[in-house]
Design a protein around this ligand. Structure first.
Ligand code: SF4
Ligand code: SF4
Length: 158
């Protein structure tokens, strides 16, 4: 008798476990959250909160918001950011002012903690949502975030 009750209990627990799977199978078209990557590479949009890499936005005049204050460099726990800066004459005032030469970001070392972005007083760096960061040459993961020829946006002070 226990032989048949074991079979009954086995089938019952199997169906209980399959109930969730079966539910998803039936509703697959309306509630499907599986991404068909890489087939959908052209249309795939990452969630806004996704942390792909740190970037520095520039406006249409090739201007950024980075004053070279080094707060991000100091906040980074593993040295993923290096700020190369200099004091240059500000054309607007004629006085010498701290300006960045290069904002260097080592993506290969970055743990995506976000401390640099939180520390930036001028919102000069943000998260990008790009997710295909694999490269053959590791040096390609060392990036200069300020674009060639770019400058500090007027009105942004350290
Ligand atoms: S996200 Fe974290 S690890 Fe990456 S550069 Fe910023 S502070 Fe450093
Ligand atoms: S990105 Fe922000 S915190 Fe880093 S040097 Fe520039 S202004 Fe300072």
């Amino acid at each position: 008798m226990s032989y048949f009750s074991d079979i009954y209990n086995g089938i019952k627990t199997l169906l209980t476990g399959m109930r969730v799977t079966g539910g998803h199978f039936v509703r697959i078209r309306s509630e499907n959250i599986t991404q068909l990557y890489p087939d959908n590479r052209d249309t795939l949009q990452m969630f806004e909160r996704f942390r792909g890499e740190v970037v520095m936005p520039h406006d249409e005049n090739n201007e950024h918001r980075c004053t070279g204050c080094q707060s991000c460099e100091i906040a980074c726990p593993n040295g993923s950011i290096e700020i190369i800066w200099d004091r240059q004459v500000d054309p607007a005032t004629g006085k010498k002012k701290k300006m960045i030469d290069k904002h260097i970001y080592h993506l290969s070392m970055c743990t995506m903690c976000g401390l640099c972005i939180s520390a930036c007083p001028t919102d000069a760096i943000v998260w990008a949502q790009n997710y295909e960061n694999a490269v053959y040459d590791r040096s390609a993961l060392t990036k200069v975030l300020n674009q060639p020829g770019s400058k500090l946006k007027a009105g942004i002070e350290e």
